[in-house]
Ligand binder design. Structure first.
Ligand code: PEP
Length: 252
């Protein structure tokens, strides 16, 4: 089985000015200089990307964007293209976050286009999937995930699929303080892993990292990271605070 390096990712969402972003990154650098065997990612807002990338250069911290547009350039007011993210110093792009699906009309089809655009500039897509509370209650969790995976990951080669990171983020656990139980997390991660084998190949499912996201904090990180099919976490609120995020990065 391929060795998957755990990825600890912080999604800052629409938080922090440029100065606050740089100060947060500067404060984090010395705290994580001892870290081995895990990858660290922070995703500041677009306005802070270039300055944060410059700040963390030479450290163990990678920088990611929270979205990407699929066209290369042109009259698309308000959008950001892949080459711009590369020039700002990004290495990852978060795609299909539930907040984008919920508030900004993101669909599996647009997720698919964004993944394609991300791969075309050699950045790593971090693709978010997850069910709503209502879908879980009506026993639709697995079918919702199947659809999001099949449609979102349509028409990619096995090589490209191996480059992806998937984040399983139950919508009902994001920003709510409700963390999925360890059994729920492991059950879904194992399901996704098997689905990737069935749908694509064993090498895709052995290589793709599956992160958990949803109210991850310093006090639940160790239990979550101990689960066999969890390859890291995508952290929202708790990634804004340097001390708490540092503890998450230093999971046992
Ligand atoms: C997220 O935004 O991806 C997330 C998981 O948020 P939170 O950790 O705040 O629940």
């Amino acid at each position: 089985m391929a060795k998957r390096t755990p990825l600890i990712a912080g999604n800052w969402k629409m938080n922090k000015t440029v100065q606050e972003s740089v100060e947060t990154a500067q404060a984090l650098i010395p705290l994580i200089s001892d870290v081995t065997g895990r990858e660290i990612l922070i995703a500041p807002p677009f306005t802070s990307l270039a300055m944060v990338a410059q700040t963390v250069k030479g450290s163990l911290i990678n920088v990611g964007a929270q979205n990407i547009f699929w066209e290369k350039s042109g009259a698309f007011t308000g959008e950001i293209a892949g080459n711009m993210l590369v020039s700002a110093g990004c290495s990852y792009v978060i795609i299909g976050h539930s907040e984008r699906r919920q508030y900004f009309g993101e669909t599996d089809e647009t997720v698919n286009k964004r993944i394609k655009a991300t791969l075309s500039v050699q950045l790593i897509p971090l693709v978010c999937i997850g069910e709503t509370e209502q879908e879980r209650e009506s026993q639709k969790t697995f079918s919702v995930l199947d659809t999001q995976i099949v449609n979102g990951l349509k028409n990619f080669s096995m090589d490209d699929l191996c480059k992806l990171v998937i984040a399983y983020e139950p919508v009902w656990a994001i920003g709510t303080g409700k963390t999925a139980t360890e059994n729920q997390v492991q059950e879904v991660h194992e399901y996704i892993r098997k689905f990737l084998t069935k749908q694509y190949s064993a090498s895709v499912s052995d290589t793709v990292r599956i992160l958990y996201g949803g109210s991850v904090k310093a006090d639940n990180i160790d239990r979550i990271m101990a689960l066999p099919d969890v390859d890291g976490v995508l952290v929202g609120g708790a990634s804004l605070d340097v001390k708490g995020f540092n503890r998450i990065i230093h999971f046992n």
